[in-house]
Design a binder for this molecule. Structure first.
Ligand code: ATP
Length: 299
């Protein structure tokens, strides 16, 4: 279990991380989200002791992190760094040895991991001959091949196509099942929504949201309504309490409500003549919550 309490870091007069606290129990995944410059990488660097905190406590299984634990953390840095002239195999062995693993322990696992992440290339290929996405997969393998108990991934999904993002999601879920604590940062709310147990949202170094993903969504109220109905967007727009209405390409009408109660009124209205094929009232998506909290759109 990783516990972070009141973590604070200043650079000159700027507070990059401001009293950030969260806990990741074993077998749980925490998503760290926030706009560029929100303090995500700094938080990771503080956990890893690459930076010295001004204030705070970081505990691994109830104790301060020891040198031995640092060596076993699976860390994927934001700046990817592989040695282009080395082969995939020698690269993976090099990183594993840095983490105190024996060659004989890692060698038999390389094929399995390359298969798991479907790396297009051979282990005898030079890193530079692989495409960017495949190089990223090699770096992910280097992060995970020693099956770390604490995994810190800085923007692991960036640069991966949807198919490879799915492979990575499966890989992260597998780590969770094996009892690892996983924390990753992401700009893609969909990934966070699908695989994280908890999330922390940072804004200007401060936590603006912290808790279980579904609870956070529900706390915003079921203010999104998805309908299949002959009623027009114009008709919905005239109803008081409807703050947004649009007809999607797939024929679904999407309404934004002032509060969840308005949904009941609309239900009565659209079912006046009986059965309708879709009435689905949902809390806002994480993407919408992110925009609301961050105050502007992101990439
Ligand atoms: P991104 O999504 O762009 O990677 P981030 O959330 O990871 O952003 P950080 O890299 O943690 O953000 O940066 C937080 C703030 O701290 C930024 O304003 C950044 O300029 C500042 N900062 C980070 N490292 C340093 C440093 N070594 N010296 C001075 N300021 C720094």
């Amino acid at each position: 279990m990783l516990e972070v309490r009141d973590l604070t870091k200043t650079f000159g007069s700027y507070t990059a991380v401001d009293e950030v606290s969260f806990t990741i129990p074993d077998g749980k995944i925490l998503g760290l989200i926030g706009q560029n410059g929100a303090g995500k990488t700094t938080t990771f660097r503080l956990i890893l002791d690459f930076l010295t905190m001004d204030k705070g406590t970081i505990l691994w299984n109830g104790e301060p992190i020891t040198e031995k634990v640092y060596n076993t953390i699976g860390y994927l840095p934001e700046e990817r760094g592989l040695y282009p002239k080395q082969t995939v195999e020698s690269q993976l062995l090099y990183f594993a040895e840095l983490r105190g693993k024996k060659k004989t322990e890692i060698l038999p696992k390389i094929d399995e991991w390359m298969e798991k992440f479907q790396v297009k290339g051979k282990k005898t290929d030079k890193v530079k001959s692989l495409s960017k996405g495949n190089q990223q997969k090699v770096q992910l393998i280097a992060t995970l091949i020693h099956e770390p108990k604490l995994v810190i991934l800085d923007e692991p999904f960036s640069g991966l196509d949807p198919v490879n993002a799915e492979l990575l999601k499966d890989g992260i879920i597998e780590l969770k099942k094996k009892g690892a604590c996983v924390i990753f940062s992401s700009h893609n709310m969909d990934n966070v929504e699908k695989i994280c147990d908890d999330l922390v949202m940072l804004k200007d170094g401060k936590m603006v949201l912290n808790g279980p993903v579904q609870e956070i969504r529900e706390s915003f109220g079921r203010t999104k309504l998805f309908l299949e109905t002959p009623m027009s967007v114009e008709e919905f727009s005239e109803i008081s309490g409807v703050t947004g209405a649009l007809l999607r390409e797939d024929g679904v009408t999407e309404l934004t409500l002032e509060n969840a109660e308005v949904g009941k009124e609309i239900f009565d209205l659209v079912t006046e003549n009986g059965y309708i094929t879709m009435f689905n009232q949902q809390p806002p998506t994480l993407e919408e919550i992110f925009k609301l909290k961050a105050g502007e759109t992101h990439e």
